[in-house]
Design a protein. Structure first.
Length: 257
């Protein structure tokens, strides 16, 4: 995910390669980053990190505790820390790094194609100017939403962070249904993907509620109504809502570990 942001910043000329510092925790990965030619590559304890205006923490949460002392030793007082690690709170980051200028963000996987959704929250000491600065950076990979209440980032994780997988799950089921009706998988996949794309654009451009949009397709006594009746009988709506709420609860559990 860190590389996604690095490429986006370069693509929009926010920074040049000479201004971009990629810090890696091990030598083998460092060699790989050098081959990408995105900027200067250093190890996580390099003193050059102290010259940074913004540091993005994009390591796995389980690796952060080991890396924190190395990061802490090279922090300058004015640097902004942007964490995109799941499950580690602003308070935990502040305690580990002895630094309070912290913004915590939760992006989702479509940031890779510039269509992501990122929710973020900030420490009380972060100024609005710093919030706007980081928001402009996050917006290079899609849309953003700021939350004053950091606890809502668990809901962001459950809804938009995990959200792409829910859509993939539904699409896979639709393709499986197409195959059971005698279609080749490639044909069913094309139908489902284009249907998803078209439905998205209609939702984005039509001034109608979801119920109204459903009614435009589900005529009385027709095929769509028959399908939706089965969905309701088998509790699909409740299952989706319950699953998302369980994802939020799991995020809270992980944050407490």
């Amino acid at each position: 995910m860190g590389l996604v942001y690095a490429r986006a910043f370069l693509r929009y000329n926010i920074v040049s390669k000479s201004e971009l510092l990629l810090a890696e925790k091990n030598e083998s990965r460092r060699d790989h980053l050098l081959q990408l030619d995105l900027g200067e590559v250093v190890l996580a304890d390099d003193p050059k990190i102290s010259q940074s205006e913004l540091i993005i923490l994009a390591v796995k949460p389980q690796d952060f505790h080991e890396l924190a002392p190395k990061i802490k030793m090279n922090l300058n007082p004015n640097v902004i820390i942007l964490s995109i690690m799941a499950g580690i709170t602003i308070t935990q980051l502040e305690n580990y790094l002895a630094h309070s200028t912290i913004i915590r963000a939760m992006p989702n996987s479509p940031v890779e194609v510039g269509m992501g959704m990122t929710g973020f929250s900030a420490h009380a000491s972060v100024t609005m100017a710093q919030v706007h600065k980081v928001e402009n950076l996050l917006a290079t990979t899609g849309r953003t939403a700021y939350f004053e209440n950091e606890n809502l980032l668990n809901a962001v994780t459950a809804l938009s962070g995990s959200g792409p997988a829910y859509f993939y799950y539904i699409l896979r089921a639709m393709i499986d249904a197409g195959k059971q009706m005698g279609m080749e998988e490639t044909t069913a996949t094309t139908l489902v993907k284009q249907t998803m794309l078209g439905a998205f654009h209609l939702v984005n451009n039509a001034d109608k509620s979801f119920d109204e949009l459903i009614k435009t397709v589900a005529s009385k006594g027709g095929t769509t109504e028959a399908a939706i009746k089965v969905f309701e009988e088998q509790g699909l709506h409740k299952a989706l809502v319950d699953g998302i709420l369980r994802a939020e609860a799991r995020g809270i559990e992980l944050a407490g570990n």
